[in-house]
Design a binder for this molecule. Structure first.
Ligand code: IMP
Length: 422
């Protein structure tokens, strides 16, 4: 069987931390979509690590890590990640396996991302500018460059043809981009040589054999359900399926092989980049969440927008993903609020609704809140469920009743150890 771990909001829920905590229960950790737009933060032994492409099981001695076919890989960022982890003496050749079917982000994909965003002006997506959209466009347009292509002698010809096409497209964009392709390519080719020293596999074959042999696998999602290309707040989304179905296509596993689906959410909600956000706060409460929760993007450093927990959106994400258990993150950040608000319905085009509609733009949508008493206690040194304040337990019960799925983990700080099983 394979378990899934997914973010249920707009990303940055704390997936990396929980994967790291759960890795001891698994033989294999596999990333199935997204790319270096992700920034999974892990904190242990007083050190902080941000992973962009590597699965979050990389620090554990026993776990094998797979970068699945649904992932897009930037060799330059990949090499940086390898360099950053060099002091840990990890045997990457055996511990990190890469799908031949994963697509490669070329330097010109990044340029196209930047040009596309510039063209959009105020309507920009707020992309991380890592070339994600253009790389997935080439994938679905059947022009992509895959990891397996690197095993062919003429891979440079394929690279050159694709780059030539990208440069022509760049000409169509009426924007000024400051870049030096020669420098970008030299960095890229250098990184490719490093990447080629790692192990490429037919990951769907590998994973299905592992399942047949009773191995335990955890699929690690990136971004969040509300950024899913189909079910997110389109067009302000990423370019992959971040939801459960994405694990099937991004690893080559059948739906009937899926066991638990862990849904990760923050006790409030954040968003980085543009797009609708019905419970967004512009007042002191939002600023407090941002300050206490250190809400700055792990990949881009941009400040994250903050708001009250949106249960309409959470219920939607639970439904789409078939979540079997929830993990609530950052309960500690809400300590000190006298009253907490939870969004329990939308007013949408004059009607009160509890489902997530086609379009939640500001002009169509306002929110209805239920107020709940907050907790004042500092949670960060608590280690078991009995210590948790009654008001926090009531908050959790309210969520469970609304979405119909139990909360099994409450996280009270960024460290591995600040994790309470409830
Ligand atoms: P892209 O995937 O870099 O093109 O970005 C598309 C949208 O998804 C932007 O709003 C980004 O800020 C957002 N996004 C992409 N990756 C992440 C992530 O890992 N966490 C949070 N937001 C993300």
């Amino acid at each position: 069987m394979i378990d899934l771990l997914l973010g249920l909001q707009w990303g940055d829920e704390g997936k990396g931390k929980i994967v790291d905590v759960l890795t001891k229960n698994y033989d294999i950790i596999a990333r199935f979509q997204g790319g270096p737009n992700a920034g999974h933060t892990l904190i242990f032994d007083g050190n902080k690590h941000v992973l962009h492409t590597f699965p979050s099981g990389i620090f554990h001695k026993t776990a094998l890590n797979i970068v699945g076919n649904g992932v897009v890989i930037d060799p330059v960022i990949f090499k940086n990640e390898l360099d950053n982890l060099s002091k840990y003496n990890i045997d990457f050749k055996t511990k990190l396996l890469i799908s031949r079917k994963a697509h490669v982000i070329l330097p010109t994909h990044r340029l196209l991302d930047a040009a596309s965003e510039k063209m959009k002006g105020k309507g920009k997506i707020g992309s991380t500018l890592k070339g994600i959209g253009p790389t997935y466009m080439d994938k679905t347009g059947r022009n992509g460059f895959r990891i397996g292509d690197l095993e062919f002698k003429n891979w440079q010809t394929k690279y050159k043809n694709l780059t030539k096409k990208h440069l022509k497209i760049l000409d169509f964009y009426d924007v000024n981009l400051d870049y030096n392709l020669e420098d970008l390519e030299s960095e890229f080719f250098n990184a490719i040589e490093i990447l080629r020293t790692l192990t490429f596999i037919d990951s769907e074959e590998y994973i299905n054999n592992a399942i047949a042999n009773g191995k335990t696998i955890l699929a690690e999602g990136a971004q969040g359900s509300l950024l899913d290309i189909d079910f997110g707040t389109y067009p302000f989304v990423t370019s992959s399926n971040t939801t459960a179905a994405g694990a099937c296509t991004g690893l080559g596993v059948a739906p009937n092989k899926i066991g638990e689906v862990f849904g990760i959410f923050k006790a409030y909600i954040t968003r980085v980049g543009s797009g609708p956000f019905p419970t967004e706060l512009f007042d002191e409460d939002g600023k407090t969440m941002a300050r206490v929760g250190h809400e700055f993007g792990a990949t881009t450093g941009r400040p994250r927008r903050c708001g009250w927990l949106d249960l309409v959106a959470l219920k939607y994400a639970v439904q789409i993903n078939g979540v079997t258990q929830l993990n609530m993150m950052k309960g500690d950040v809400l300590s000190g609020f006298e009253k907490l608000k939870i969004c329990t319905s939308y007013n949408y085009k004059g009607e009160e609704i509890t489902y997530f509609p086609y379009n939640i733009e500001e002009e169509n949508t306002s929110v209805n809140y239920t107020e709940i008493s907050g907790w004042q206690e500092d949670l960060t040194s608590m280690t078991n469920a009995d210590q948790l304040p009654k008001n926090l337990k009531d908050y959790v019960i309210f969520i469970e009743n609304f979405v119909g799925v139990p909360v099994k983990i409450v996280s009270v700080g960024p460290d591995r150890k600040q994790t309470i099983m409830v």
